[in-house]
Design a protein around this ligand. Sequence first.
Ligand SMILES: Nc1nc2c(ncn2[C@@H]2O[C@H](COP(=O)(O)OP(=O)(O)OP(=O)(O)O)[C@@H](O)[C@H]2O)c(=O)[nH]1
Ligand SMILES: [Zn+2]
Length: 356
Amino acid sequence: MDIPTLKTLGWDAYFADQLTEEDLAHVPARVAQVHRDRLGVLTEGGPCEVALPNGHPSGSFAVGDWVLISASQSVMQRRLERRSLLQRRVHSRAGSRNIGEYRLIGANIDTLFITTSCNADFNVARLERYLTLAHDAGVEPVILLTKADMAEDPVAYLAQAQALGADLAVLLLDAHAPDVPELLAKWTGEGQTVALSGSSGVGKTTLTNALTGMSVATQEIREDDARGRHTTTARHLYSLPTGGWLIDTPGIRGLGVSDAATGIEVTFAEITALAAQCKFRDCLHEREPGCAVQAAIVAGEVDPERLARWRKLSAEDTANTASSGAAMGKGYGITKRSKGRALAKQIKTAQKHKKR
Ligand SMILES: Nc1nc2c(ncn2[C@@H]2O[C@H](COP(=O)(O)OP(=O)(O)OP(=O)(O)O)[C@@H](O)[C@H]2O)c(=O)[nH]1
Ligand SMILES: [Zn+2]
């Protein structure tokens, strides 16, 4: 690869605007690996490793983060505010209490490739979960439907996935085909960062190899396992020949939803928009008079199954959020304002589509 510039590493005005005069003595660096006591980073000068000052647990850093390091390139100084943050809740029990904490999966990711296959793996409710996770993180979701070459009627899967959002990008793929990098080039160009998610066996490794042009992914993850590092946090930032970056995300193969109200609102944007028109603010969209959601179901504009899935996911989110004060640790790095802005935009789009 050519010598990287900040721009090719994914730097832009969002990060530059955060720099103070004092910061100018430091060097911007992108986190490529998170180790127990240090970070592997990429700078314009090349890759290096930096120590974490006392009191900075490595768990508060994610692959993809932008940090400022000392000019001697030996110590991390501070982390810049994130544009997006993918994380997942991990459950552990302390005594009788169920403690929920967040494990960071990747930061400053532009696009999440949600991968599923055109076979029994395909599941609309699971796709909605991934969409919720992406929207809640401030990441644009793209659905990749692999094994299209093996399916009898791949277009039927395409139609079901596309029904989840008119603006949602959905692609049918044969992960082994040589045109995969070209088909995904729109999201993997210079400085763009993507992450891959999906259940086991859907083709994530195959796609990673296609995008990186190498077959390194699985090997590197295993190496880390052997040294006893927690497998789910051994993540890497891979440089792509197309100029972008790929974060592997072994941690989000299965997922529960918690404290993801924003993500649910965006994923189910048409229900969110309708709910705002219900007569009662606390309408449960069951049998209340003046319920705009039920009216849309009667009119055939909303699938009752979709409302049922919304209800189930919302209930799960509420239960998980309440059980552990999850909201406290969450959202750090992402302001409520930027989440709100993304939401407003998505809902506007949903309303626009409705009017057409
Ligand atoms: N025909 C065909 N086979 C595929 C496609 N995508 C993946 N496969 C095959 O499906 C199997 C699983 O693919 P992987 O890439 O290992 O899947 P994965 O998501 O990385 O699986 P885990 O590592 O278990 O999470 C392999 O034998 C692949 O060759 C596809 O689009 N078409
Ligand atoms: Zn209602």
